[in-house]
Design a protein around this ligand. Sequence first.
Ligand code: PLP
Length: 392
Amino acid sequence: MTISLASAVSRLGTETAFDVLAKAKAMEQAGRDIINLGIGQPDFPTPDNIVQAAVKALLAGHHGYTPANGILALREAVAEDIGKRRRCTVSPDAILIMPGGKPTMFFACLLFGEPGVEIMYPNPGFPIYESAIRFSGATPVPIPLHEETGFSFSAEEVLAKITPATRLIIVNSPANPTGGVVPRREIEILVTGLERHPHVAVLSDEIYSRILYDGVEPVSFLEFDSIRERLIVLDGWSKTYAMTGWRLGYSVWPKAIIDKANRLSINDHSCVNHATQWAGIEALTGPQGAVDTMVAAFDERRRVIVDELNSLPGFRCVNPGGAFYAFPNITETGLSSRQMQDRLLEECGVAVVSGTSFGAFGEGFVRFSYASSVDSIREAIARIRAWLPTAV
Ligand code: PLP
């Protein structure tokens, strides 16, 4: 007899960006000069006022468990922030503080997914959606995102895919890995159409809602009362406040299921790190200048990387409206997206992530994270330009 694992384990996917990161770090340790445009995290430190708030909380003795749903002062700060930015009112009781953005998508898939159920998700999209859906036993139904529409989606196309087995639709705008932004009109059509499908819930991943360009205003699904009782909204501190390693996120839940989601928290992690929660309050209620500075820097880098990518033979890149990712089409180079990922790392020392790491509809694309300095972006593109004639 040997040990055996649950069959669900074989259905778990991964986030390739972490594999690329590990490989890039190992190559760096072996002496290679690597430019990392692979992992999706701001290259800025967490703003000092936030770090100081955590230090103060630790010195003040905030060392113990907190309620599983998070300390009230933080949930109040989140509710106030949502009220300011999202044209809606949310009660602190509707909020769960989470160890990052990811657990909310996993919990939502566990709460809704089981064999026989369909869950729709963007493809190419954040890879954990498909992984969590498969793990739950549900059938993942891709919403294909197209380059021609700037990687938005067609609400009519989404609505047409709904069946009696559909329980949940996952949406993400601004999006990873494409930087695509779904226009308000398309969201309105989707929400109105969902009135005809009251058995379908929505998970809206709004983690990049503060990283938007060209004066475009964020649209939150929380604005629409008609779906509030079947809507989960995911957000967090990781991207907005350069806090990826702190593991702090939140989600807004409908009354009917928040207790079930909180029970998953109690089973899974008990509560989020106590001092980190105080840092989260400072992030939301303190000065916001650092966020503006980071977004302005991302915007400058976006212009540089899109221009540079479009100047490379065989590359074509639409202008991303949000987040910090460029997602060029590389089909004309003749390389598959996986070949491009592997060869750019091995032969150019440039870490990027293949489009297929984000789903089958990502073939022909690669993701460049431009949360990196302008100089390193220019150097990466120069290396690729010099390499391309020998590569294809
Ligand atoms: N949602 C999207 C679309 C993301 O890109 C990410 C991280 O890359 C997350 C959620 C997860 O964020 P966190 O690091 O807070 O778990």
